[in-house]
Design a protein around this ligand. Sequence first.
Ligand code: AMP
Length: 575
Amino acid sequence: MMFDSGLSSSLGPPACEKDATALQFIEEMTMNCDAVQERVLGEILSRNAETEYLRRFGLGGATDRDSYKSKVPVVTYEDLQPDIQRVANGDRSPIFSSHPISEFLTSSGTSAGERKLMPTIHEEWDRRTKLYSLLMPVMNLYVPGLDKGKGLYFLFVKAETKTPSGLVARPVLTSYYKSEHFKTRPYDPYNVYTSPNEAILCADSFQSMYTQMLCGLLMREEVLRMGAVFASGLVRSIKFLQFNWRQLVDDIAAGTLNPKITDADIKKCMGKILKAPNPELAQFITKECEGENWEGIITRIWPNTKYLDVIVTGAMAQYIPTLDYFSGGLPLPCTMYASSECYFGLNLNPMSKPSDVSYTIMPNMGYFDVELNKEYELIISTYSGLCRYRVGDILRVTGFHNSAPQFKFLRRKNVLLSIDSDKTDEAELQKAIDNASALLTEFNTSVVEYTSYGDTKTIPGHYVIYWELMSKDPGNLPSHDVLDRCCLAMEESLNSVYRQGRVADNSIGPLEIRVVKNGTFEELMDYAISRGASINQYKVPRCVSFTPIMELLDSRVVSAHFSPCAPQWTPERRG
Ligand code: AMP
């Protein structure tokens, strides 16, 4: 049955009445983008007029765009950091927002090696929940029948800490899954997950993943869509199946739960799901998993899957070939674009190719400084009190839906290496090299050149660092063991999101140093010059991915070394 939204929607006929309301909302917001933006800015500025931050700029109560732009500066996290620290230390005066700060959201972007702390207010959940409620109505326009089955989504919570003020600090999705908005969400036939809340909310990543995979296998025929937040997470889940299918099969065959699952809430809820032995299913999964060939494993085990709901734009594009391999090329809709600071927008054409994905700004979420027809860095102002804040994402406006700008996510600013949500920049890599190469001084050896590569052919992916060494004492070369420890020393000095990925999430594999023959970087330069680079301006690229260059480097490797153990990481912030 089709429902008439009452508006001439350019989106398409809604699947049900609830969808009609959602699509109508999208149309209203995008048709009146400018007016909505003006209202949002007015609301932000009037409610926060008396905050310490806005008072500094002498707006004198003005809420119009011109005064705002001319008086309030564009800022980075580092500019705000001293004031954010005051909030973290317990200053409850209205510094950024007239509404009380409810918690800190910890971004995967870092500052001085630690996650950025984004102060947020409770009311933001209404806006974020509203944006979530628009996702399935858009999907339903393209994929019919999603109410006839379930979604196998691998969702996880991460560790949280408290700041000295007693406010919690945690990633935005951890906050969401633990909130009543998620836990007591009303039943929606278009949005039923195979994973029980108890599994999603278990902080132990093995137990959580194991249970979610087990439920996905038990309900395999009902699964219509599969997902994770980022592509890296879904790839990791398939790898988990590769490692653990025998134990999962044993549970299914016997109708019992693996003793490694000790979480009381999971045990209780799985008692109801895992009711009886199912030898046929166990046999089927064994048949599919025991072979060497995992091509198309997703559609073999979950034959009714219509798409993989993961973000594959930006750095995540590197996982597209792996997902295509596992799924036989199922569509990869990137449904939304969001961050700890603000949820920005939706993909209104989710079945488009990943390389064509554009997100449409939802103008009710915050105020956006948009620039047309060129690459620009997203600048936002939020109800929580960020004013003209640089998010660090580089976008290009590609068009409009009604009057709302649509943009491509181009890249994250200054990111050299990224495997999962980690982001390592050039300065961090340089510092890590410096720290590690200190271990070589007693051997009179130094690192003369280096470059890096994010290797996602291994699962999980890992950082590869190519080193060319110079030794003044050939009789006393650093041993294999010393070079292994150099890998660990590098990891120890990388930022906390990287180390959390290594330690708690297992989303990043051990760092590898590949020592290359002397003269390799000269050859690299010769190669670049042969392709038109200027000799005067040539700089060693600090990260490489171009196949001929990789081949050159790999053909010159004399030894490879891996971190012998995981680096230090605890949820507490360093320093
Ligand atoms: P966080 O603040 O840790 O939640 O990370 C938010 C960041 O993740 C954004 O600023 C983007 O860099 C990246 N991100 C989020 N959604 C997308 C998307 N759809 N495509 C590409 N990158 C994304």
